[in-house]
Design a binder for this molecule. Structure first.
Ligand SMILES: [Ca+2]
Length: 399
């Protein structure tokens, strides 16, 4: 076993005992005002198949208020007697927002759901699954397959990445995003008995850039998007975020890296583990915002038990990192510090990975309607009249 990996895992587990889960991120989801990626929150939900007494017990907007720290619970309750026909019910979330002024066409779509369940069932288990679709006539696609509600589920931020468009189209449009629907589908195996299922936040993240190339199926770790553009300087929260993506992972159990930026432009704020690491073991990220370059160090492992060979395989966002933007017009590389990226598998063996860094820069200037710019056109406009008058002037007769 690679000693470094072994000790990293031990340190992660040790830190988890003392520190517990990472703290909630301070910048509300969807309020960074960065143009890309675009965080799309829903705005409405409807209950289907519940009785009138099964109204949410806390404010539904807590499901889309941008905070992973504000829960909204629904009570699973039924007055039906045991043995009565099995019921199913679902909560349908709709009204996903789109940008006022889109600056890119959607490339790929991730849906993220943060949920928890606090009860322990003695015998009969209910179950739930997560699904999504576009519009009302396309098939529902599975995000999370049926999962029994037998034991306590700690707050889990599940990220479902690079989702296929349920319309069958190869790409997504903003119209698709506007009619995106996510539902939590419950199956009742016995009368529901006032147990509560809690949703902390639901949102979709719309990306533009294609993924980095993965020659020969090699594992890559990349900053997405590769270029994150500046925020509106009038934003109340002048922050941006990037996501760290793993592509072609095989049995990936842990990850750690040190990410550096120019401290005069960006200040690292927070790192939130995602996907299989969402309820990860690990300490809060360690940040030195005053160093040059400033850095944020993260180290997470999947929650045990993880049988050998059963850690994560596939593509997923593993972490979201927030930065405060000090100089919106500035520029900064977002770099995995060389030698600090370590991916480990379930046996503690390091997984080789190709690294793709990122970059922050000021917002792309809008494409001018006139190639020379409107200022030049305005300057030249009087010249047209002058030339016309000049050519139309009375000619002197030449004998
Ligand atoms: Ca919330």
């Amino acid at each position: 076993m690679n000693k470094h990996i072994k000790y990293s895992v031990l340190i992660i587990l040790g830190l988890a005992l003392f520190i517990g889960l990472v703290k909630a991120q301070p910048i509300p989801i969807g309020t960074t005002l960065q143009p890309e990626p675009f965080d799309s929150n829903p705005s409405a939900y409807a209950l289907n198949g519940f009785t009138a007494t099964q109204v949410p017990t806390t404010s539904p907007p807590n499901w889309w208020d941008g905070s992973l720290g504000t829960p909204g619970a629904i009570t699973l309750f039924s007055s039906l007697s045991p043995g009565t026909s099995i019921s199913t019910a679902y909560v349908n979330v709709t009204g996903f927002k789109t940008p006022v002024s889109p600056v890119f066409n959607p490339g790929w779509v991730d849906i993220q759901v943060s949920y928890s369940y606090s009860s322990v069932a003695a015998s009969a288990w209910d179950s739930f699954r997560l699904e999504y679709t576009v519009g009302t006539t396309n098939p529902w696609k599975t995000l999370l397959p049926d999962t029994v509600l037998q034991n306590v589920i700690p707050q889990t931020n599940n990220a479902f990445s690079q989702l296929a468009n349920p319309t069958g189209a190869a790409t997504w449009s903003w119209t698709d995003i506007a009619s995106l629907r996510v539902r939590i589908f419950f199956t009742k195996s016995a009368p529901w008995d006032f147990k509560t299922f809690v949703v902390w936040e639901i949102w979709a993240t719309i990306h533009n850039n294609p993924l980095p190339p993965t020659d020969g199926g090699a594992t890559t770790l990349s900053v997405q998007p590769r270029i994150v553009y500046g925020v509106d300087s009038t934003s109340a929260v002048p922050g941006v975020f990037v996501e760290v993506y793993v592509e072609n992972a095989h049995d990936m159990f842990t990850y750690e890296f040190n990410m550096t930026v120019d401290p005069t432009v960006l200040t690292p704020l927070e790192a939130d583990p995602l996907g299989p690491w969402a309820s990860a073991l690990g300490g809060s990220p360690i940040i030195d915002p005053s160093a040059t370059p400033s850095w944020i160090y993260v180290s997470f492992g999947m929650p045990p038990p993880v049988p050998v060979g059963s850690a994560f395989t596939g593509n997923a966002p593993v972490c979201r990192i927030y930065f405060l933007v000090n100089v919106p017009s500035g520029a900064s590389d977002i770099i995995f510090k060389p030698g600090t990226v370590i991916l480990g598998d379930s046996q503690g063996i390091q997984i080789p990975a190709t690294i793709y860094n990122g970059h922050y820069q000021a917002a792309v200037p809008p494409v001018p309607e006139f190639p020379l710019g409107i200022d030049i056109v305005m300057l030249l406009a009087p010249a047209v009249a002058i030339v016309y008058l000049w050519r139309a002037r009375p000619k002197k007769r030449v004998n």
